[in-house]
Design a binder for this molecule. Structure first.
Ligand code: ATP
Ligand code: LTN
Length: 326
């Protein structure tokens, strides 16, 4: 069976963007592939985190994975920092990655601009991501479009290592939503909806109250034209609402355009709010049942027991190939 992997950072309650771009995909794939899904807590500390908040977010993210429908029987679910081999593999890969490659990564350029005092971890972040991927010989990596460049870098690093030291890694392929769905911020629809966004009004979180969700969607930035059609360049706000509606109802963009072509912006917003609230209320109910149950620890224990061995073997193989042995 082919393998697939993905990770999410525990940097706050996940957003509708994470849900549509990452989690919903994994739910589909868990029946098709051998699936690995982990909490990328080591990636989250590339930006300063409050320790108490971080550990709360780790538990909450795990409960949300499950509440959204990630099945622990079908997925290897684990916490990245509990598997020391990811960081070990990452170091060896770092020594096979060029500074120039890392400094050209779009995410690094964006995030390093926000704080001139950024850490070196922010720069080497994609190498740790390559380690997460290459440790398991996965066929696919489920990511949103914003992470495609990092998966391509993982391929470049793998290819270079294989050429230099002999076949060691399988080539992973990025697997993205059909239209490369990227959910945008509701207030500034030219910017991706992001967990770490400062303006809460533009971001829908999976645990937001229904009234808050409705308020945020009804207040979404649109345009002064009155036409409902998908045109990301000229109508980013309306296009984003169409995209959300299509992603949650399983309809195509064309079908959604057809449904709303003679409707007013207010009607589109209200229908988008209905589908979002409907989908999230089911998830929220399950989340509150799961968060205080004892099952979370057992799931992470099973996950780490399984994955540590695989990544240890890969690390040993890499060391051997490079002459890192007595
Ligand atoms: P942060 O703000 O901390 O960078 P984030 O919200 O951008 O977080 P990540 O943890 O970096 O989210 O991403 C988790 C997954 O969700 C990735 O696969 C990413 O591609 C996907 N994703 C994140 N934001 C969106 C979005 N707005 N639309 C679609 N997919 C998204
Ligand atoms: N960088 C990713 C999270 C992540 C990941 C990975 C995704 C870390 N390691 C490996 C897929 C595969 C992000 O911020 N979304």
């Amino acid at each position: 069976m082919e393998k697939i992997l993905t990770g999410l950072q525990p940097t706050g309650v996940i957003t509708l963007g994470n849900y549509i771009g990452a989690i919903k995909q994994m739910i589909k794939y868990q029946d098709m592939y051998e699936s690995y899904i982990f909490i990328a807590d080591m990636h989250s500390i590339t930006i300063p985190q409050d320790p108490i908040e971080l550990s709360k977010n780790i538990k909450s993210l795990l409960a949300l994975y499950l509440a959204c429908g990630i099945d622990p029987k079908k997925n290897k679910i684990f916490l990245q920092s509990e598997n020391e081999y990811h960081a070990n593999i990452s170091w060896i890969l770092e020594c096979n990655t060029y500074y120039g490659e890392l400094s050209r990564m779009t995410q690094f350029k964006d995030k390093s601009k926000k704080n001139a005092n950024f850490t070196s971890g922010l720069l080497t972040y994609p190498v740790l991501m390559a380690a997460d991927i290459l440790a398991y010989d996965v066929d696919y990596v489920a990511v949103g479009v914003d992470q495609k460049q990092h998966v391509e870098l993982a391929r470049d690093i793998a290819e270079r290592f294989n050429k230099k030291f002999g076949n060691t890694f399988k080539m992973p392929n990025p697997l993205m939503t059909k239209e490369g769905t990227k959910i945008m911020d509701l207030v500034d629809p030219t910017k991706k909806m992001s967990k770490s966004s400062e303006n809460q009004k533009g971001v829908i979180r999976l645990l937001d109250d229904p009234e808050i969700i409705r308020k945020k969607i009804m207040g979404a930035t649109t345009d002064s034209d009155m036409k409902i059609c998908f045109d990301v360049e000229n109508k980013p706000g309306i296009s984003n609402l169409i995209n959300i509606y299509a992603s949650l109802t399983g309809k195509t963009i064309k079908e959604v355009e057809e449904i709303f072509k003679d409707k007013k912006y207010g009607e589109l917003k209200s229908c988008v709010a209905d589908v979002v609230i409907q989908e999230l209320s089911v998830i929220q109910k399950r989340y509150y049942e799961i968060i205080n149950s004892g099952e979370l620890n057992k799931i992470l224990d099973d996950g780490i027991n399984f994955t540590r061995n695989i990544s240890k073997n890969k690390f040993e193989l890499m060391k051997n190939k490079m002459g890192l042995h007595r």
